[in-house]
Ligand binder design. Sequence first.
Ligand code: ATP
Ligand code: MG
Length: 389
Amino acid sequence: MKELFTIHYAEVGLKGKNRAFFERRLAQNIKQSLRGTGYALVKRLHDRIQVQLEPHADIADIKKRLSRVMGIAHFELVCRTEKNMAAIKETALRHTEGKTFQTLKVETKRSDKTFPLLSPQISAEVGAYLIQHTGARADMHTPELLCRIEVSQNAAYIYTEKLPGIGGLPVGVSGKVLVMLSGGIDSPVAAWRLIKRGAKAVFIHFYSYPYTDKASLEKVMELSHILAESNYRSALYLVPFADVQQAIVAGTPAPFRVLLYRRLMTRIAERVAALVDAEAIVTGESLAQVASQTLTNLRAIEAIADIPILRPLIGDDKAEIIAQAEQIGTFAVSTLPHQDCCSLFVPKHPATRATAADLERAEAGLDIEALVKSAMEGIEKRVVNFPYE
Ligand code: ATP
Ligand code: MG
């Protein structure tokens, strides 16, 4: 008996000509994510991917990692055995060891049409054998244990547990995005949504040290660490923003400050996006969540952008975002205290309905190009790998 994992993909299979490209990327991502767990080989078969194991492979760890690889619909740990009834029965029985169940059912698929028994005959014979040796009863409708057998050209495969994958698309098949990561709850969730759709995320963070402490930097590093679990090698660009903010505070009307910070951030993000070949900027903005996120204000911010700004959380309630942050494991880090650079020097009543023309007028006295350039010069880059080094 030899154990291995069989991996099934959903959407990936539907992509026509691109299919080989998607499958190759998924196989690469699986290899990347299983490094160090004791897998022997990741093999592409015609409609699935097989992960063969070394004898010492850490099965529980592999299950956990596969459950987080974007692009997997479901997967199972299967036992491979010889194509004869004695071996199939024996393997099925060994595979059920350690499981508790009162009722069972066996289902068979037979792609090798030369096998001497038909599928129902195989199911009946293996079922009877399992019943005899485990004391369980047969239940054709709601069995506690469903034992599946596949008789294919080269071998027979047996499994009892279908494990859910996360869905989505393999990271890397949808191009690259630059995610504005703030240290709050929303932006890591926004990043995760795009990663799940196959986009490789690069991160950018603006910090106001020395006006604020360095907590936000530690938080975004930790967040990019967590997101690297699905994004793999992840680059984080840290942008010093204090001088820009100081210029805005000194030279523009107070009610527009947050919006002007945002326009400057967006301009800088666009430069970085061009450097790293990202085709869109992603933010954690959600409609009307705060004053800067009214439709009017979002429009006035985005007026200076040349590349698309994606806002995957735009229609989500805060409670929904929080639930997802908990699920992906970023919530605890996001809720650690930090001083948000955008709440620095901001009046009690910021503008909720600024137009692009208002903001252009407000920032007319700033040397935007010089501010962008000097922030760009101060950028530091960090890289996180997964599996962690
Ligand atoms: P979050 O929880 O993601 O911080 P938020 O509800 O606090 O979002 P804002 O502070 O208005 O909302 O920020 C809106 C979006 O702008 C963030 O989701 C993020 O994408 C981006 N952003 C804000 N501040 C920063 C920052 N310091 N660095 C990078 N991006 C930022
Ligand atoms: Mg924030």
